[in-house]
Ligand binder design. Structure first.
Ligand code: SF4
Length: 194
């Protein structure tokens, strides 16, 4: 199954109750051949209306993070842990995550990025198989193994940065460092002349 076929299946998916709030399916944006995958949590209002991930305030901040780490949309593939809209402030239920996770796993197996940057606790602990008591502070900025030599670098979600001072805040600088760390995972050292 290719990504287009997977996206079409997800667009009419009724595997969990989140489909009831879906206006437009929100699958991914960016380059399916990118070495860096970015995985957020769940689409919000702006994404639900546009059908494109990370287009609201958090998305604008993610654009700024990419710019400040010398990345473009062509360098990354951006998706979410859960594909259908969840109203702001509502906690993500594990049943929704479990129902939707196979879509993300097929995206990972198809794209085979070098590294996945997980934004926020939900995407981080679910891809790392950790329990809900895990704190972001204990895992962010570290490099973990995923499948097939793919690495995972957890960091804060842009929404968290917005709640904690925005671009001039300490969390923003931390996320920049985490993105730079993840970018290092994509370097082909064989290409560097010594
Ligand atoms: S959130 Fe995922 S599992 Fe639930 S209906 Fe949407 S695509 Fe299907």
């Amino acid at each position: 199954m290719n990504l287009q076929e997977l996206q079409e299946i997800a667009s009419t998916c009724v595997l969990c109750s989140l489909h009831e709030g879906r206006i437009k399916p929100v699958f991914a944006k960016g380059n399916p051949e990118a070495k860096i995958m970015i995985c957020g949590m769940v689409p919000a209002d702006d994404e639900n209306r546009s059908g494109i991930p990370f287009v609201g305030r958090a998305g604008k901040l993610l654009d700024q993070i990419l710019e400040d780490t010398d990345l473009t949309l062509n360098d990354v593939y951006i998706t979410n842990l859960v594909k259908c809209y969840l109203a702001a402030g509502k906690p993500l239920e594990q049943g929704w995550v479990d129902a939707c996770l196979p879509y993300l796993m097929i995206q990972i197996e198809t794209i085979r990025p070098r590294v996945i940057i997980t934004l926020g606790k939900d995407s981080s602990i679910n891809l790392l198989g950790m329990n809900n008591k895990t704190s972001m502070g204990s895992i962010r900025g570290k490099v973990f193994d995923c499948v097939d030599e793919i690495k995972i670098v957890p960091t804060y979600h842009p929404s968290y940065i917005l709640r904690n001072g925005g671009k001039s805040s300490k969390p923003y600088q931390i996320v920049i460092r985490d993105f730079q760390l993840a970018t290092q995972m994509t370097v082909d050292y064989g290409d560097i002349p010594f």
